[in-house]
Write a protein that binds this ligand. Structure first.
Ligand code: BDR
Ligand code: CA
Length: 321
């Protein structure tokens, strides 16, 4: 059983990762910590809490950082907004056109940093973090509690970056671009890292026939996922926006499902100073610019059948509740 905290900026594809995690028989979801990213924290935190409660899960949901360490999130988001003909990638609230019922319950009494620290101690070196938004909360936690770097976190799997290209600038992926300084702190932490970047997530679109299969499952959980997928298909078909890409669910799968992605260890760092290249993840492959040892396992290929079987399997579990 993987003891996991998901740190997220929910977010359409974040929401699908949450539904999968809540239902997975292999995951003990210790907490959900939330951060600004796709939309502001005033949406990402309630989206996460309302989603969990709507599906009947009492998991801790903690609020985290409202802003990146240095960057202006709103400017970064504007770089992304044009991509779908003016439609924000995740809609105005982060959930596309899905409206979650207000649960009226409070957030966990501790903030994201304190929650990570609490769970790291409780899990005795077994805690894994799956970070699918900007890495702000994780960086804050490592700065406030440096002992986290001394064996208290087993692994951080993050959705972010790319060895090649970007989706928000030509060379930068959205999560890393939002908070490159935070990403650098994480990449230099010495904690075992798994990077699930655009190299694999841009190949991870849910086929239309699987969208229908998921809807037919008929549970609240599956219907929610199907509704989010319908928004993504509308975004693709009517606005020329992003496809049904499972960026964040693939990062979660990579943490718990052997073989869903394959890759190699590389030295990875983030460009924080470049005028046009900030947010770029430098993945040292053939052209060696430093002698630095590998610090990150980077996913390079994805087995989509394996991923879709896993995602549908998680959703099937919701029939048993
Ligand atoms: C990442 O940015 C967000 O739009 C998604 O939720 C994902 O985490 C992809 O670049
Ligand atoms: Ca995300």
């Amino acid at each position: 059983m993987h003891k996991i905290i998901i740190d997220c900026d929910t977010g359409t594809d974040d929401a699908i990762a949450l539904v999968a995690a809540l239902n997975s028989p292999d995951i003990d979801l210790r907490a959900i910590t939330t951060v600004s990213g796709n939309v502001d924290l005033c949406y990402t935190a309630p989206n996460s809490l309302n989603l969990a409660r709507m599906l009947g899960f009492p998991v801790k949901v903690a609020k985290g950082a409202p802003q990146p360490i240095l960057r202006d999130l709103h400017k970064i988001r504007l770089m992304d907004a044009d991509e779908a003909g003016g439609l924000p990638t995740h809609g105005q609230t982060g959930m596309g056109d899905v409206v979650l019922p207000e649960c009226g319950e409070p957030f966990y009494e501790k903030n994201a940093v304190e929650t990570i620290w609490e769970e790291a101690q409780a899990c005795g070196g077994e805690l894994e973090i799956v970070a699918v938004g900007p890495l702000t909360n994780i960086a804050h936690a490592l700065m406030v509690y440096p002992r986290l770097k001394e064996g208290l976190i087993k692994k951080i799997s993050f959705m972010g970056g790319a060895a090649y290209g970007g989706n928000t600038t030509a060379v930068a992926e959205f999560n890393i671009l939002c908070d490159p300084e935070a990403a650098r702190i994480v990449l230099r932490s010495g904690i075992p890292l798994v990077m699930v970047g655009l190299d694999v997530t841009e190949k991870a679109a849910v086929p239309d026939e699987d969208c229908e299969i998921i809807r037919w499952m008929g549970t609240k959980d599956a219907v929610l996922v199907a509704d989010i997928l319908d928004f993504m298909r509308m975004r693709r078909d009517e606005f020329g926006g992003e496809d049904t890409l499972m960026h964040d669910a693939l990062a979660l799968a990579a943490a718990v499902l052997p073989g869903v992605v394959s890759g190699h260890d590389y030295y990875v760092d983030v460009e924080c100073a470049g005028e046009y290249t900030f947010g770029h993840t430098y993945v040292q492959k053939d052209h060696r610019l430093t002698n630095s040892a590998p610090n990150c396992w980077v996913a390079e290929e994805v087995d989509m059948k394996c991923f879709m079987d896993w995602l549908k399997g998680c959703l099937e579990q919701s029939k048993n509740r």
